[in-house]
Design a protein around this ligand. Structure first.
Ligand code: DHB
Length: 331
């Protein structure tokens, strides 16, 4: 599944390998998450020029969408809440942009969400033809009123993935929401294996959460009465739990792409320990901009050196069971 191909320098940070997943070459295991700052051409070019290991596009829909009313994004020291409402240019425009993005020589990953199975298959066919290297099927957008997340309906997810799988040979990743019960993680892992998906991105934001401003006695965002998807530090333990369980259930047959609360190289390292092969950054990319990818990569490299790991591969999936005394405060 994973082959080390050659050495390369990216933006002055030594990224010591190219990685091959699904026969696609990645210059780094750290990339942006579909969501913030990946909708407009200028943002996508900035990702191309950055140390991001791929250009992951904002989830596209069949028609262009203006998205929800503002304010629809808020961030504090623990993370973010968004109810963007799938603001995007529509798949036809992304089909025009994708060939141009290939000049950056890194994978172009096109995220998509249809409001019907037919919309999904039409978009998959067109984005495949346009040259997307990987298609990320988003079954977990929480922000469209009256459209529940497909990924919480296992029967529907299976039907969708079965049909989508039969329409393309391109690598298919599936973006999932957090699951809180082991049997739900096991059931979804079974569906992913059965339908031969090539990657699973965990986790999307925690849907229909609420952040309150107690002074003003109001929610901090406007759409859906203030309910939105929460990301950032708030969600990291939930993300790690999902990455850990799915990695075990998928038995290394499908790579896990970890996302949720990565701000530092140490955060990324935790995801690798729990079994992630690649990681994505959302909230912290939104607040810090495209320089974050080189910074997190540099911090990860330093951490690996300090811990005497020659390569990140040696740490992937190596989380140990705790032994000895209980952790005290500050441990
Ligand atoms: C949006 C939010 C998501 O979490 C997602 O997966 C897709 C879209 C949004 O509101 O635009």
């Amino acid at each position: 599944m994973l082959t080390v191909i050659l050495k390369k320098e990216v933006e002055g940070v030594f990224v010591d390998q190219f990685y091959s997943f699904n026969s696609v070459l990645f210059p780094s295991r750290i990339m942006n998450a579909s969501g913030p700052l990946c909708t407009w051409e200028q943002e996508l070019n900035a990702l191309g020029e950055s140390a991001s290991g791929a250009i992951v596009l904002k989830t596209t829909t069949f028609e262009p969408r203006a998205g929800n009313d503002r304010p629809k994004y808020f961030e504090n020291e623990w993370g973010s809440i968004n109810s963007n409402g799938l603001e995007n240019l529509g798949y036809k425009k992304y089909c025009e942009l994708i060939p141009k993005l290939k000049r950056f020589n890194k994978p172009v990953i096109s995220s998509l969400s249809g409001f019907s199975l037919e919309e999904f298959t039409t978009m998959v066919g067109a984005l495949d033809q346009a040259g997307a290297d990987i298609l990320e099927i988003n079954l977990s957008c929480p922000n469209i009123a009256g459209k529940p997340q497909v990924a919480y309906d296992f029967e529907m997810s299976e039907k969708y993935l079965h049909t989508i799988r039969s329409t393309t040979e391109k690598p298919l990743w599936v973006k999932l929401p957090p699951y809180f019960e082991t049997i739900h993680r096991q059931e979804m892992a079974r569906i992913l294996l059965k339908n031969e998906v090539n990657g699973v991105t965990l986790i999307n934001s925690l849907g229909n959460a609420l952040i309150v401003d107690p002074e003003k006695e109001q929610a901090v965002i406007k759409p859906k009465q203030g309910l939105g998807g929460v990301g950032g530090k708030y969600v990291k333990p939930v993300a790690l739990g999902n990455v850990f369980t799915f990695s075990q259930e998928l038995e290394n047959k499908i790579p896990v792409i970890g996302v949720g609360g990565i701000y530092t190289g140490m955060d990324a390292f935790e995801f690798f320990l729990c079994g992630a092969q690649l990681v994505q950054i959302g909230t912290a990319y939104k607040s810090q901009g495209p320089g974050i990818f080189a910074r997190v990569q540099g911090e990860l490299n330093e951490l690996l050196q300090r811990k005497n790991y020659a390569r990140i591969e040696d740490a992937i999936g190596k989380l140990k069971v705790v032994e000895g005394e209980e952790y005290g405060f500050g441990a």
